[in-house]
Design a protein around this ligand. Structure first.
Ligand code: DAH
Length: 354
């Protein structure tokens, strides 16, 4: 019995994992284990022998069982210690700084313009940037020979050899969305169409891609007075101060009568202040939708009339946020984006102001 005890006590002490320990348990006190076999011998003993051997074997079995249990606990503790050492984490370390992006001024101003005009009842409409020459020109009363086509420095796409249909163009303005919307939804309507437009032009105030927002309101009794009120209301909210407008007679093929609209401003050390002074700054084209344009959109001009306007979004951003060079908008210079960009959680809305 002493040999058995010594053998198992040292084997258990040396066991390095739970499966070795389980093997030892089976070997010692399992059904066919060495100690169990010894206990089976008790039956063959004389009552006197049994009286001494019985309690000793029981005590040996208990001792081995508790040595197994103690070792099992010790192995478990060691494994846990090892894991805690490996997975140690210093929760007091400062977090990693991740650079935050900014909202581009064009996106910001588009959202501002949309929020203001949506409040006045205008829904947002969109159209393709690659446009047929019919939508971009003809439907807007700009026929093939019209000088406006040449003036717009249009980008044309290529047709396959032998295909003599007129080429598609990169839309030169957002006005074609007027036609697409009229065709799809008819009258009455009140929409704005913000989006990218393209012209082959490049200097401090022109880039080959820029952004416009088109406005269109059609109903039975819409007049120039509604146009003027809408624009003055828009500019006053946009610039956060009352802004007077000046309508100058002009000409666009798609409106009759047509007006270029100036806003009141003052120049001060080379920068411009909107809503004060007695200078004027041209900001958009507008007018009453030409009957031929209504017709092209499938609307009866004897029954309906409306106003339209087209405005440069980039120009609005330059004016409001004092950004001097249009080209920088599209250079993707991180220093510029960080300086002129807006915080991503600062969503423009009428209630909080812009
Ligand atoms: N489409 C014109 C342009 O890009 C702007 C314009 C003028 C739009 C008068 C209009 C309008 O809707 O009525 O130069």
């Amino acid at each position: 019995m002493d040999d058995l005890r010594d053998k198992y006590v040292s084997l258990i002490a040396a066991a390095s994992d739970e499966s070795t320990l389980e093997d030892l348990r089976v070997q010692a006190v399992g059904k066919k284990g060495e100690i169990s076999l010894q206990m089976r011998q008790l039956g063959k003993m004389s009552p006197e022998e049994r009286q001494t051997a019985g309690p000793m074997l029981n005590a040996l079995r208990d001792e081995i069982n508790s040595a197994l249990a103690a070792k099992k606990t010790a192995l478990g503790d060691a494994a846990l210690d090892e894991r805690l050492r490996g997975e140690w984490l210093d929760v007091t370390l400062p977090g990693r700084q991740r650079p935050a992006g900014t909202i581009h001024p064009i996106s910001q101003v588009t959202d501002e313009v949309t929020a203001i005009l949506a409040d006045l009842g205008f829904a947002v409409a969109e159209g393709p940037q690659i446009e047929s020459d019919w939508y971009n020109f003809d439907a807007l009363n700009i026929p093939g020979h019209h000088p406006a086509r040449a003036e717009m420095d249009t980008f044309y796409t290529h047709r396959a050899e032998g295909d003599d249909r007129p080429p598609h163009v990169l839309r030169t303005h957002t006005s074609p969305v007027q036609i697409r919307h009229m065709e799809a939804h008819g009258a009455p309507c009140r929409i704005i169409c913000p989006g990218r437009v393209y012209r082959a032009d490049y200097d401090q105030t022109h880039t080959p891609m820029f952004n416009q927002v088109e406005g269109l309101a059609i109903d039975k009794d819409i007049s120039m007075a509604n146009l003027k009120w809408t624009l003055e209301e828009f500019f006053s909210v946009f610039f956060g101060t009352e802004v007077k407008t000046r309508f100058r007679a002009s000409h666009f093929p798609f409106t009759e009568p047509s007006a270029e609209v100036d806003i009141q401003c003052r120049w001060e050390n080379g920068s411009v202040k909107v809503g004060e002074g007695d200078d004027w700054l041209e900001v958009l084209g507008s007018g009453m939708v030409h009957p031929k344009v209504l017709q092209a959109g499938g609307i009866d001009p004897a029954e309906w009339q409306g106003f339209a306007f087209g405005m440069g979004i980039d120009r609005m951003a330059m004016l409001k946020y004092g950004i001097p060079d249009l080209r920088a908008f599209f250079d993707s210079d991180l220093r510029w984006l960080r300086h002129y960009g807006f915080a991503s959680l600062d969503q423009p809305n009428l209630a909080t102001g812009f």
